[in-house]
Design a protein around this ligand. Structure first.
Ligand code: UD2
Length: 310
């Protein structure tokens, strides 16, 4: 066992106390290696954890959260040609995403008839919700904020404890589990995690409500995955939806649509937990020294072919 500054330490035997965790019997967690990562930051300047492989004990985390009897709602949108991604998304989620937890997927699509049959495990369910078709990919992407806000208002209260919103043109390749749960959760963007702050692709026009001036900003967060408690995600989606509408009324569209507004929101409302780019990696075959595991990755796509507009 070495100190906090370097190398590796072992969590040998951890006994969870009955009263502390409301369990009927002591639970023994067997030896598991947790590496002290020194090649990446595992805490933000406001002391939010940043989750990287080697910074948590999956067995211990599961033993804590399993007792809470949680439901994790997960939204995913597949309109137009993006319905082709549904099957791999859901099948790979069955293998890796919150395995052993109650998960309720809400799939928004303009073509419910083309949703493939996917065998869901115990305690896992899929609700398909029909939405109108839209002609611009930008509108499809931005519209997710409003749809998620309404879903929380109308369906999720009392039904779920946490909600995640994920891109559909992705696949899971490794564990995405309870270590990702938090009040307000953002994912550090896979292309911009080691980019100097002033080169981050924030909205730089003061006319937009997504504007972030030079010298400001913490991280650049991916629009492809965010989550948290119902209350916090509701506030996020409501604020982004309102700001998107105000921008539209002023004839301005932020450079990266709702992702720009998400970044502004996270600047003003710091995430309580950050997920490393392992949780939304560039592609399963792309390497980088810091990436020890790919948990979820973008599926390659021909933008010109798959989008409704150029
Ligand atoms: C980035 C973001 C994406 C969003 C977008 C905004 C990442 C990895 N991705 O991805 O989340 O913020 O920029 O500009 O951070 N969709 C459809 N049908 C369509 C088009 C889009 O269903 O015809 C849905 C689908 O769920 C897709 C999502 O919208 O996953 C985002 O669209 P994208 O993946 O084409 O956006 P992209 O790759 O530019």
């Amino acid at each position: 066992m070495t100190g906090r500054d370097g190398g590796t330490y072992f969590q040998r035997l951890i006994y969870l106390n009955n009263s502390q965790y409301n369990n009927s019997c002591n639970q023994q967690i067997t030896e598991q290696e947790v590496t002290n990562r020194t090649d990446v930051a595992s805490v933000s300047p406001w002391t939010a954890p940043i989750i990287w492989e080697g910074t948590f004990d999956a067995t211990l985390i599961d033993s804590i959260y399993k007792q809470k009897n949680l439901t994790i709602a997960t939204t995913v949108f597949a309109l137009g040609k993006y319905t082709r991604f549904i099957k791999d998304f859901l099948e790979s989620a069955e293998q890796h995403y919150f395995v052993g937890f109650r998960v309720h997927f809400y799939l928004f699509t303009d073509q419910p008839e083309s949703v493939p049959e996917v065998k869901m495990g115990e305690n896992r369910s899929l609700t398909v919700l029909k939405v109108e078709s839209l002609n611009r990919w930008q509108d499809i992407s931005m519209n997710r904020m409003e749809k998620l806000e309404k879903l929380i208002d109308n369906e999720l209260a009392g039904e779920a404890d946490y909600v995640f919103c994920l891109d559909v043109d992705t696949m899971f390749y490794g564990r995405w589990g309870a270590e990702s749960l938090g009040r307000l959760v953002g994912v550090i963007h896979p292309w911009l995690y080691d980019t100097p702050r002033d080169q981050l692709t924030y909205e730089r026009r003061p006319e937009s409500l997504a504007y972030i001036p030079a010298g400001e900003g913490d991280y650049y967060y991916a629009g492809a995955a965010f989550g948290g408690t119902l209350e916090d995600v509701h506030n996020l989606t409501k604020t982004c939806r309102e700001n998107l509408n105000i921008d539209a009324a002023n004839s301005i569209e932020a450079v990266w649509q709702e992702e720009s507004h998400l970044n502004k929101y996270f600047l003003l409302n710091k995430p309580s937990k950050l997920l490393s780019p392992e949780y939304m990696w560039r592609g399963v075959n792309e390497g980088a020294a810091q990436i020890k595991i790919v948990r979820m990755a973008n599926v390659p796509k021909n933008y010109a072919e798959v989008r409704p507009n150029a």
